[in-house]
Unconditional design. Structure first.
Length: 134
C-alpha cells in the first residue's frame, strides 16, 4: 500500500481506533482528538484512514467542517458533485448543511485534521458502486 508512513501519524499521532464512530465508517479509521475543551465550540481531531476506509455521507448542522490534508491520498465528495482527489496541503471547507463524505484512496493511507463546529448528522454509507468508480 502507498503512504504507509501515515499509519503512525504525520504531524500528530494517529491516535486510537475510532471505535466510537466505527458505525459511520466502512473500514478502519483512527482518531486523535486534539482540542476537547468544553469551553471551546470547535473540535479539532487528527483522523487517519486505512486504505479503502471512508466515512458515511453526513451533514454538519449549525456549523461547518474544515479539512487540512496532512498525509496520503484520499477523496472528498459533495452530493451531486464529482469527487475531488485529496493530497497533502489540500484544504476543504464544508459549509453548514452540505451533504458529503471523505476517506482514503483504495491503495493509500490518508490523514487529515478535521476542524468541526456544530453537530454531525450521519447518513447512509457511500456505496461500493460510487467508491469503486473513483
Amino acid at each position: 500500500m502507498k503512504n504507509e508512513e501515515v499509519k503512525d501519524g504525520i504531524i500528530f499521532s494517529a491516535g486510537e481506533p475510532n471505535d466510537a464512530y466505527a458505525q459511520y465508517f466502512i473500514g478502519q479509521s483512527y482518531l486523535n482528538n486534539l482540542v476537547t475543551d468544553p469551553d471551546v465550540s470547535v473540535g479539532v481531531g487528527n483522523v487517519t484512514f486505512e486504505p479503502g476506509c471512508r466515512n458515511n455521507w453526513h451533514i454538519h448542522k449549525n456549523g461547518f467542517q474544515i479539512l487540512l490534508v496532512t498525509g496520503g491520498e484520499g477523496w472528498y465528495q459533495e452530493d451531486g458533485q464529482p469527487a475531488r482527489k485529496l493530497v497533502p496541503g489540500d484544504v476543504v471547507v464544508t459549509h453548514d448543511g452540505v451533504k458529503h463524505w471523505h476517506g482514503a484512496a483504495k491503495d493509500s493511507w490518508f490523514e487529515h485534521l478535521a476542524i468541526t463546529a456544530g453537530q454531525a448528522e450521519w447518513l447512509e454509507p457511500v456505496t461500493d458502486q460510487i467508491y469503486d468508480a473513483l
